[in-house]
Design a protein around this ligand. Structure first.
Ligand code: DSN
Length: 456
């Protein structure tokens, strides 16, 4: 065991037991949520360190608190590593954002006035809540023009994005998504932004580890602003970073301002208080790990595994959005069985110890809470050492479960939906089929160590 939790065990038995319960869930099951992965024991140790205790508002060398000499070194080291690992010469990086959603909003807040126009991918085609959903602060404070995927190919249509950019003249054009299984042409997106005088922005949260490992094209060194979380394919702590081009300025209230300075001010004091220096130290550890040749192999294997899993799932007769994947994730289109199956299939897979998440798909006839797709990916299982052979086995588990429960119907009446899901979940807990597959999954999964749990 990497972590003994000796003191938690002694002082708080309830939390100790819950940590152990989650360890068992992680070991006995298959984590296929594409935005999840496992942090190493070294990352977790830095995250649990006494750096937690230090206040350090503002940036290294100009803090509002005394005693920041050491945390200044921590933060500077993290910045240096981030710029190096992403080959982001010519950029400044802010490593203080608490997570991805604040990071995106901080960019908008730093560079725009309320009501300014941003272009981004629509939520049900793979965009993120902070890319202008009406339920997010982003959608309330800014005017979003959404582009979608092509109805036939279910891939980005760059000509259509260029046409919308010409028509709406946004201040920011955002790419980088949360449920898009294909490569993103960041060069094209930047050229479109440049052609209308917009800032190009890429949210690479999902694919940052693939970019470092050379398994996805990079938005550096041309995209004006790049945001990323640090806990997905990068395998660090839950946090985020914002990169901005040092040579790029914009007009704010008739004054030319460097975008990197405007963004720094938006992070602190604009939106955040004291940076979490323990988290920043843990990001630095994750970046150090990402420099190693093993990380490149990991990134390559994530994509190889995803491609094999996608082919195997399709061979089982299931439909994938866009017909497959180029990255770490894929979306199963459950519409051939009827609308609104996503929530039920998520629950059924969870009952057999496979974690995926329900997801809207392009042109989904159902609402986002009861969508018609599920999203899955390979970063976590790849970090447990699973390879192509295991992907075929996993595709078999998924297909058996989908086939068994594909007939479950989402009630048309909205008020009946929550009850239908509850009754379905109860039925799962009594199902012999679920018990059988669940124990097969457990036997299969427990052969593979979980980083952060099964380390010496
Ligand atoms: N919640 C993340 C995801 O699952 O894609 C994005 O922030």
């Amino acid at each position: 065991m990497a972590m003994q939790y000796k003191n938690v065990k002694k002082y708080d038995r309830e939390i100790y037991n819950l940590i152990r319960e989650e360890e068992r869930r992680q070991k006995d099951g298959l984590e296929l949520i594409p935005s999840e992965s496992y942090a190493s024991a070294a990352v977790l140790e830095a995250l649990g360190s006494i750096l937690n205790d230090k206040y350090a508002e503002n940036y290294p060398g100009k803090r509002y608190y005394g005693g920041c000499e050491t945390v200044d070194k921590v933060e500077r080291l993290c910045q240096e590593r981030a710029l190096k690992v992403f080959r982001a010469q010519g950029y400044k990086v802010n490593v203080q954002p608490y997570s991805g959603s604040p990071a995106n909003i901080e960019v908008y807040a730093g560079l725009l006035d309320f009501g300014d126009t941003i272009m981004a991918l629509r939520l049900d085609h793979g965009g993120h809540l902070t890319h202008g959903s009406p339920v997010s602060f982003s959608g309330k404070a800014y005017k979003f023009i959404h582009y979608g995927v092509d109805p036939k190919t279910e891939c980005l249509d760059y000509d259509e994005i260029a046409r919308l950019a010409q028509k709406h003249k946004p201040k920011i054009i955002l790419s980088g998504f949360t449920a898009y299984p294909r490569l993103i042409d960041f060069k094209k997106m930047h050229a479109i932004a440049k052609s209308v005088g917009a800032i190009s922005m890429a949210d690479i949260s999902h694919i940052s580890g693939l970019i470092i490992g050379g398994a996805h094209p990079s938005p550096f060194p041309f995209t004006d602003v790049v945001t990323t979380t640090t806990h997905k394919t990068l395998r660090g702590p839950r946090a985020a970073m914002i990169f901005s081009r040092k040579d790029k300025s914009i007009k704010i209230k008739d004054k030319n301002v460097l975008i990197s300075e405007a963004i720094d001010k938006a992070v602190f004091p604009g939106m955040q208080g004291g940076p979490h220096e323990h988290t920043i130290a843990a990001i630095a550890v994750a970046l150090h790990e990402a420099k190693k040749p093993e990380f490149r192999k990991f990134a390559e294997q994530v994509v190889k595994n995803a491609k094999v899993l996608a082919i195997a799932i399709q061979k089982e007769g299931l439909r994938l959005i866009s017909g497959g994947t180029d990255n770490h994730l894929m979306l199963i289109d459950l519409r051939p069985f009827g609308p609104g199956r996503g929530k039920f299939i998520e629950k059924a897979l969870e009952a057999v110890r496979i974690s995926v998440n329900k997801s809207p798909i392009p042109n989904d006839p159902s609402p986002p809470f009861y969508p018609s797709g599920v999203r899955l990916g390979t970063p976590a299982i790849t970090s447990r050492g699973m390879k192509e052979k295991e992907m075929r086995v996993i595709a078999g588990f998924i297909a058996r479960v989908v086939r068994e429960f594909s007939h479950v119907i989402l009630p048309e009446e909205k008020s009946e939906r929550a009850t239908a899901v509850r009754e379905f979940t109860q039925k799962l807990s009594r199902s012999q089929f679920v018990k059988k597959i669940g124990s097969e999954v457990k036997q299969f999964a427990s052969r593979f160590p979980v980083p952060g749990i099964d380390t010496k």
